[in-house]
Design a protein around this ligand. Structure first.
Ligand code: PLP
Length: 427
């Protein structure tokens, strides 16, 4: 169906564009500097975790269930930290390694290990000619950057309301031995906010890869990041694997980056016993043991899954008004024009916005001119190539509510002007 601008007569459209250009000139004159680019928590949110910093002092007991946090040893992480991570993911603590402060770092290292050393006795990916990763898109640019860096071909896969297009995933994974991996953010995906349906999780768990060294990189970054008491429910992928009788298919990652402190959280990985043994062996070459003082502070602060949920409810109180403001401003500004659609996530860190074909780069550029930084258009697609140039990732968490509101008002004007200009250019 034609959008509101496409339905106008040319003279109506000219007048509308002139009016929008006037609004843009006024905004430009304000010389604003606003940032809606990256998914970072606001300082109100990181403040919630400051009490954690008081839990370790020079007087503190630094032993955790017999493990010294102030020395080498316990290469899989402190026992209580592994248990906390296991509880959060619903897996066996024996199969969990807690290491470092960044889950992305762990994903990178696992990819590099497969690339240089191989998985399960298979040749390293680097020695197998062209290898590919499936990339549900729009997706997380930093995932795509890891595989791109090692020359692995990133293949975009459509993502719908219930997860990736599984017909396509099954066709490629089960039929093509050069497909070695798949990036997944199964809950409140970055940037769509979609949570994979039970059926999608089951179909992923039942994959019969043509390559023995194919693995799913299950990045459960937003496992506990609900905005509402009733959060989306994600089926436990390891339970689905057990049901399907599938053995070594999934590496699951997560961290407390957006629970406590980004870049100073606690990151973890879990996999089947055989896969985690291989990861453990690779990590043992990288360092003697992980940093454990932060793990100790985390377990003393968060305690258990109920502690995490209570803490996340406080994050949600801060975030809910921001996400609701996005919906309100977009609906008020663009509802009824049929120029755009956007997602309505119930958790996570992003709203995914799609304007008319050919609009995203122009909108982001106009926003930059007006003093509002957005994630680069195309960033949500492999190689920065959004085939229809429609997708923009909105990250509402970091700005204050007032700045977010101001940025969204400008965004609405930018979307309207770019859409109206496109409608005129089509004639
Ligand atoms: C899907 C996803 N995974 C991982 C990360 C980064 O996590 P970490 O700080 O644990 O490396 C982010 C951060 O935005 C993310 O959105």
């Amino acid at each position: 169906m034609p959008n509101a601008y496409q339905q106008m007569t040319t003279s109506e459209l000219d007048a509308t564009i002139a009016q929008l250009e006037e609004q843009v000139a006024k905004i430009r004159a304000l010389g604003l500097k606003l940032d809606m680019a990256r998914g970072k928590p606001s300082s109100e949110q990181t403040d919630l975790s400051r009490p954690m910093l008081d839990l370790l002092t020079s007087e503190s007991e630094l032993v955790d269930e017999g493990a010294s946090a102030d020395n080498y040893g316990f290469p899989d992480g402190l026992p209580s930290a592994r248990r906390l991570a296991a509880e959060l993911l619903g897996v066996d603590a024996q199969n969990v390694i807690v290491a470092g402060s960044s889950s992305l770092n762990l994903m990178h290292d696992v990819v590099v290990n497969a690339y240089t050393k191989g998985i399960g006795g298979n040749a390293p990916w680097c020695a197998q000619g062209e290898v590919k990763f499936l990339c549900p898109s729009p997706g997380y640019d930093r995932h795509f950057a890891i595989t791109e860096r090692y020359g692995i071909r990133n293949v975009p896969i459509a993502i719908g309301d219930d997860g990736p297009d599984m017909d396509e995933v099954e066709r490629l994974v089960n039929g093509d031995p050069t497909v070695k991996g798949m990036w997944c953010v199964p809950k409140y995906a970055n940037p769509t906010g979609v949570t994979y349906s039970d059926e999608v999780v089951r179909r992923i768990a039942a994959l019969k890869p043509a390559a023995a060294d194919f693995r799913v990189f299950w990045d459960n970054a937003y496992a506990v990041h609900d905005l509402y008491d009733e959060g989306d429910e994600l089926l436990n992928v390891f339970e689905a694997l057990a049901e399907a009788g599938t053995k070594n298919l999934v590496y699951e990652f997560a961290s407390t980056a957006k629970v406590t402190f980004p870049s100073s959280g606690m990151a973890f990985v879990t996999a089947s016993p055989a896969d985690i043994a291989e990861i453990r062996a690779a990590f043992s070459i990288e360092r003697v043991s992980p940093e454990k003082l932060s793990q100790l502070a985390h377990v003393r602060f968060l305690r258990d899954v109920d502690g995490i949920r209570a803490h996340m409810a406080r994050h949600a109180e801060i975030l809910r008004p921001r996400f609701e403001l996005v919906q309100l401003k977009l609906e008020e500004g663009l509802g009824g024009l049929d120029v755009a659609r956007w997602t309505h996530p119930r958790g996570g860190y992003f709203v995914s916005f799609d304007g008319p074909a050919g609009s995203a780069k122009a909108i982001v550029a106009l926003m930059a001119e007006l003093g509002v930084t957005l994630t680069g258009a195309g960033a949500t697609w492999p190689y920065g190539r959004d085939p229809l140039d429609t997708n923009i990732r909105i990250a509402p968490t970091f700005p204050t509510l007032a700045n977010l509101g101001a940025a969204l008002d400008i965004f609405v004007v930018a979307v309207k002007l770019v859409s109206a200009r496109l409608a005129l250019a089509e004639r």
